[in-house]
Design a protein around this ligand. Structure first.
Ligand SMILES: [Zn+2]
Length: 556
């Protein structure tokens, strides 16, 4: 006994602090689209490959990895429906339907799955490079195509990428040009020049502007002042730029009072936010047309707008909201010399935005429709009516508890602008067979059944999530990941089970067992409103993470 314990201990020690010089060591970083990915265990080297734990690894590339315990397989998928499948201990792997060979087999170490990260990122369409000297694996989205066309006097440029990109847009004068940078994006296409001679644009030049970190740059040489709209659709990784000649006077811009021409500094009078359901509009008013750049940041998701040669008259402004998408809008004088006004919009998550300028007014429309657009989430509180479900030692009924949790999940999703249908909203009897049918008939695109667990042994506790079909795996994993961080609730992981409600739904379907109502301690916690709130938030986060990665199926 003692010997075994010692052996395990030394294995742990070796793992935690590998001998220097072995090459498998602390300090291996994975930087994805500019994000230093927080690894859940130190990455190691095997066969010259960076082996990294899968948890959260692929999310900055817009992909998710799930571990399928039954056959020890790992599935990595992204929104473009690229799927990489592999198995612990095996080098054969599959990219969509193609069979390939990994340079090192995935490994299960201390309960965590490690995969050869570089190969998998490449399979997802990313540009990758391991920098030996920096002990860093660099991974970037790639720009795979640029298409431009003029329609109704508007130049529309569509930029296809293999993963998330952040854009920085700048309007410059003398000579008039527009610069759009794609940060952390590698250009897979050739640098090129495209003559337009329309919509106020003379030509477009595209090039790899910088490497380390990658910046792909698109310069629009202008024939006349233009307005630009930038739409980034994170469901398809398509960035659309729409450029049109600036109209003389449109809308009702504030009067541009006597800004002495040539004296330079523009005055930014203030910033306001106009909420509109889950969407909203940031309005920046100035004494004249603004030269600006807008840049996206992640962790936390935010937009930064810098206005050149502009004095921010209120000196500092800070707006905070109870808003489903926008947390704060802050504005201040960023630098005095030269005067730059900076406005930072902090978002709950990456959002679509459209920027337009009209006279002395800059508008940033924040669109909440992006995450979960097209999805209809079916939430099914288990049991109800004639069937109270499990009853705790203190008399708490499962059907009541899960209804409360489910209603909270519904409200949280709706606040995000996500459509939800409820299988029941009251203490009603719904037959088991009817539940998936109701979801199907309503056109639900994902289904989550919510329960409280029960076991003959009173000490059994914790949360677990069940799924049956492969397409349900990522959803189960994401919800369980989130339940796993609920304080004091042990995670029992994801499991497969052929529950009736998980069969034949044809959509990602899970059954969430929140906590054990049969355990007196967990029963007491389930009766606590604060605990139920934490459970609801965890389920909500898991679902929205899934929706952010998986586009809704196209409408029939
Ligand atoms: Zn139940």
């Amino acid at each position: 006994m003692k010997f075994v314990a010692a052996a395990i201990l030394s294995a742990l020690v070796v793992w935690a602090s590998p001998a220097p010089g072995l090459g498998q060591s602390a300090g291996i970083k994975v930087i994805v689209n500019g994000v230093d990915v927080p690894l859940t265990a130190p990455a190691v080297m095997a066969n010259g490959q960076v082996m990294a734990p899968i948890s959260g690894l692929f999310e900055p590339m817009g992909a998710i990895a799930a571990f399928y315990e039954v056959d020890r397989s790992i599935v990595v998928t992204n929104r473009l429906r690229a799927t990489v499948r592999m198995r612990v201990g095996e080098t054969a792997f599959q990219v969509n339907t193609q069979s390939r060979v990994l340079p090192a087999a995935p490994q299960l170490l201390n309960g965590q799955v490690f995969v050869p990260a570089q190969v998998i990122f490449s399979a997802l369409g990313a540009w990758t490079k391991f920098e030996e000297a920096e002990r860093t694996l660099f991974v970037s989205s790639q720009i795979t195509g640029v298409a431009a066309q003029v329609r109704d006097g508007i130049l529309q440029v569509k930029v296809s990428t293999t993963g998330p990109v952040q854009t920085e847009t700048r309007v410059l004068s003398n000579p008039d040009r527009l610069v759009v940078d794609f940060l952390h994006a590698a250009l897979r296409t050739q640098a090129r020049e495209l003559s337009v001679q329309d919509a106020g644009v003379q030509r477009i030049r595209t090039a790899q502007f910088q490497i380390k970190p990658y910046i792909s740059r698109m310069v629009f040489d202008l024939l006349a002042p233009v307005e630009i709209r930038v739409t980034s659709d994170s469901a398809t990784y398509l960035v659309t730029l729409e450029i049109a000649p600036k109209l003389a006077a449109s809308g009702s811009p504030p009067p541009a009072p006597d800004t002495p021409a040539g004296s330079g500094a523009l005055k930014v009078m203030g910033v306001t936010f106009e909420p509109n359901g889950p969407a909203g509009r940031v309005v920046i008013d100035a004494t004249g047309g603004m030269e600006y750049k807008i840049r996206e940041f992640v962790f936390p998701d935010r937009l930064a707008i810098d206005i050149a040669r502009a004095v921010f008259i209120p000196v500092k402004q800070e707006l905070a909201f109870e808003h489903p998408s926008v947390l704060t809008v802050r504005a201040a004088q960023f630098t005095a010399r030269p005067p730059v006004t900076r406005i930072v919009v902090t978002l709950k998550r990456k959002m679509n935005f459209v920027i337009s300028q009209s006279g002395g007014r800059l508008l940033i429309d924040i669109n909440a429709q992006m995450v979960g657009r097209g999805h209809l989430v079916a939430i099914d509180p288990g049991h109800g009516g004639r069937d109270p479900g499990a009853i705790g030692p203190g008399g708490l009924r499962e059907s009541d508890i899960v209804l409360d949790i489910a209603l909270q999940v519904r409200d949280l999703l709706r606040q995000d602008g996500i459509r939800v249908m409820m299988i029941r909203e009251t203490d009603a009897t719904v037959e088991l067979l009817d539940r998936p049918r109701l979801a199907r008939e309503a056109g639900a695109t994902i289904y989550a059944s919510i329960h409280a667990n029960a076991n003959g042994r009173a000490t059994v506790n914790g949360s677990e999530t069940y799924y049956l079909t492969p397409q349900s795996l990522a959803l189960a994993q994401m919800i369980q990941d989130e339940l796993g961080v609920v304080l004091g609730l042990p995670s029992r992981g994801i499991k497969t089970a052929s529950f009736l409600v998980l069969r034949d739904t044809g959509i990602p379907s899970v059954l969430v067992e929140t906590a054990f109502i049969s355990n007196a301690v967990e029963e007491a916690r389930l009766s606590d409103i604060g605990f139920r709130q934490r459970l609801s938030r965890a389920i909500h986060r898991g679902i929205t993470r899934f929706l952010a990665i998986y586009p809704a199926p196209a409408a029939p």
